[in-house]
Write a protein that binds this ligand. Structure first.
Ligand SMILES: Nc1ncnc2c1ncn2[C@@H]1O[C@H](COP(=O)(O)OP(=O)(O)OP(=O)(O)O)[C@@H](O)[C@H]1O
Ligand SMILES: [Mg+2]
Length: 382
């Protein structure tokens, strides 16, 4: 086992940062921590590293109880949220620091540093000091400084937040390569969902010092257990519904969000948790919505709701539209080439019965359709 946290609690001056938090990260796993500001992500890493002492609970690192171990005995590399480079040391000496503590030969140190700097394209900055580097360059130096000592556990606190998009992709790819080549158990905090989904073997979502859900990325996206997780992974369309009829493969549900002027019925794919009369929340990803003109034919296989476009904005190849369906807004992400609508135009909001999925409090399915859908979304985004 890589890292196990058992019932960890931490208060700062009476304010709870972590409460009874349990987390198991397997050896060699790339684990991503997602969560809003103040959720406790940095505190989790700091407790694992031994830099913050928990009030209660046990930290196990590599199968051993680490509660009594000082940070330097935990075989951990840490990239801090604010880089924490030594300001009086050059890039080379910052990275060499941990290797010199381990008494490596200077020729070996130089060889290693040149190799790693080249992999993240910052070999030219070798002799600069931290104040002469950009934020992104500092982050890459901090990352290399943590990796070069070949730790058993790598803790990364938003390690790429200051990199521009191409550098982020390059460093992210190299980070994943380093991690897999060395088999390092990695726990990485990020606010970037694409990063979480492309790097993580599993993702945890933290909310107010507790983990709300741990899943493989596609399951987190398609089977969020709670409204909090759904919203955090970018779900915008959450509809309250009552199940009124259950058929062989589908169910008829009555959408009755509070602000909705006229509740309506839709058909949804049947899930194991469905029971007649049950109140549920359904989430529809914006990418699963199709818009049609009022006079356009809509196939019987699709649900359709009357709406009016109230907002639209371009986001690369995708157009994001907000549609008022009578007191409630629905968000759609449509490939630009297929978008031919004006603001205030009436439309049909259409989606297939398998587009809405329930926020059911447990994992209710993980099927090929979910995986296909995630791939579609990735291709629309790229
Ligand atoms: N040294 C400290 N002293 C007092 N309170 C602290 C300290 N460190 C963290 N906290 C508090 O603990 C809570 C969790 O903080 P933490 O830094 O772990 O959040 P985070 O999830 O990393 O947030 P962010 O995304 O903003 O980095 C916050 O309410 C924060 O104010
Ligand atoms: Mg933090």
């Amino acid at each position: 086992m890589g890292v196990v946290l058992k019932k960890i609690s931490k208060n700062y001056n009476g304010r709870t940062a972590l409460k009874d938090l349990d987390l198991e990260v397997s050896r060699g796993e790339f684990h991503v921590l997602l969560g809003p500001n103040g959720a406790g992500k940095t505190t989790v890493l700091s407790v694992i590293a031994g830099l913050t002492k928990q009030d209660k609970g046990t930290v196990m690192v590599g199968g051993r109880n680490a509660n009594g171990l000082p940070p330097e005995k935990r075989k951990i590399g840490f990239v801090f949220q604010d880089y924490a480079l030594f300001p009086h040391l050059s890039v080379f000496d910052n990275i060499a620091y941990g290797l010199r503590v381990r008494r490596l030969k200077e020729t070996e140190i130089a060889r290693k540093i040149d190799y790693y700097l080249a992999r993240v394209n910052i070999e030219k900055e070798k002799n600069k000091y931290p104040h002469q580097l950009s934020g992104g360059q500092k982050q890459n130096v901090a990352l290399i400084r943590a990796i070069v000592t070949e730790p058993e556990i790598l803790l990364l606190d938003e390690p790429m937040s200051d990199l521009d998009a191409p550098a982020r992709e390059k460093t992210g790819q190299e980070l994943k390569n380093f991690q897999q080549e060395m088999g390092i158990t990695t726990i990485c905090v990020t606010h970037d969902q694409d990063e979480a989904f492309s790097l993580g073997d599993r993702v945890s979502v933290l909310n107010e010092g507790k983990i709300e859900q741990i899943e493989a990325p596609h399951d987190l996206f398609y089977h969020p257990k709670t409204e909090f997780v759904a919203r955090f992974v970018g779900a915008k369309n959450i509809l309250k519904a009552r199940i009124i009829k259950i058929q062989q493969h589908e169910a008829i549900v009555y959408i009755n969000n509070e602000c909705l002027v006229q509740p309506f019925k839709i058909r949804v794919k049947k899930y194991p948790i469905f029971e007649k009369g049950k109140e549920i929340s359904l989430c529809i990803h914006p990418e699963k919505i199709v818009l049609k003109k009022p006079n356009e034919a809509v196939g019987n296989n699709l649900n359709r709701i009357r709406g009016k476009i109230v907002n639209k904005r371009s986001n690369g190849k995708t157009l994001r539209a907000t549609i008022d369906i009578g007191g409630t807004e629905i968000h759609a992400a449509i490939p630009k080439a297929l978008f031919d609508f004006r603001i205030h135009e009436n439309v049909w909001v259409c989606f297939a019965p398998d587009a809405p999925h329930p926020l059911c409090g447990k994992r209710c399915r993980a099927d090929e359709a979910g995986r296909r859908c995630l791939n579609e979304i990735r291709s629309i985004r790229s």
